[in-house]
Design a protein around this ligand. Structure first.
Ligand code: IPE
Ligand code: MG
Length: 221
């Protein structure tokens, strides 16, 4: 969800206002994908690298997360959305941590759609966490295969993403699901996240539908 800052700057608004506008968009996108029957959506909300931003911005982002959960959780739950968190929570304030865990607990039985929020998430940190737990569990080296590693990631039990969308024109993965997105189709759009509406999402899905996925094979069938 990139481009909140640039969206705000173009309008002479604060970066915080841009982030706020970005959160307004989340519900639209979840609703649209829910209607389209997309079973999994992951939102990259805050990376392990985002902590280096100026303190007031980090604080504002944390407050926004808290506010969005508070504002949206009831409707999400009613819509049958299961919330999942990807990332670490140990650097997050205890009250926010509690709030996230409560939201996960409340929605854990829902089956309509899974919305994963990557928050204090980094793909490399995720692999480090996985390796540590594999070692702590005492697995012997010959027992470790790709499936084992997948099952130790934050995304355990979730399918790998088919499509990764990046808004605001950047052409980088930025430490996002680096293991899981190995064969994902990549889609980049210049549209800033606050402006990325259902028409833009539809366009991304259409582009995805037109891709030929070969997974390393020749795809000649
Ligand atoms: C993305 O918007 C939101 C977060 C990283 C939390 P940015 O804040 O990166 O917006 P730009 O890149 O400055 O436009
Ligand atoms: Mg950015």
């Amino acid at each position: 969800m990139d481009g909140n800052g640039r969206w705000a700057k173009e309008r002479g608004l604060s970066r915080q206002a841009g982030h706020r506008a970005g959160t307004e968009n989340i519900r639209r996108i979840i609703n649209y994908l829910g209607e389209r029957g997309v079973p999994y959506l992951t939102l990259y909300a805050f990376s392990t690298e985002n902590w280096v931003r100026p303190r007031p911005e980090v604080r504002a982002l944390m407050q926004l997360v808290a506010r969005v959960i508070k504002r949206e959780i009831k409707e999400l739950h009613e819509r049958g959305v299961r919330l999942v968190h990807l990332g670490r929570l140990d650097n997050v304030a205890p009250s926010l941590r509690r709030q996230v865990l409560d939201a996960i607990d409340l929605t854990k039985g829902n089956t309509e759609m899974t919305v994963a929020v990557a928050f204090d998430y980094g793909g490399r940190a995720e692999l480090v966490d996985a390796v540590r737990r594999i070692i702590a569990d005492g697995l012997s080296p010959d027992k470790v295969d790709e499936e084992t590693i997948s099952s130790y990631l934050y995304t355990a039990g979730m399918p790998d993403p088919d499509l990764v969308i990046r808004t605001a024109g950047e052409m980088r993965l930025s430490n996002f699901l680096i293991w899981q997105a190995a064969y994902a189709e990549y889609y980049s759009t210049p549209t800033y996240w606050p402006d990325f509406g259902s028409e833009n999402m539809e366009e991304a899905l259409r582009a995805y539908a037109g891709r030929e996925r070969r997974f390393g094979g020749l795809g000649l069938d």
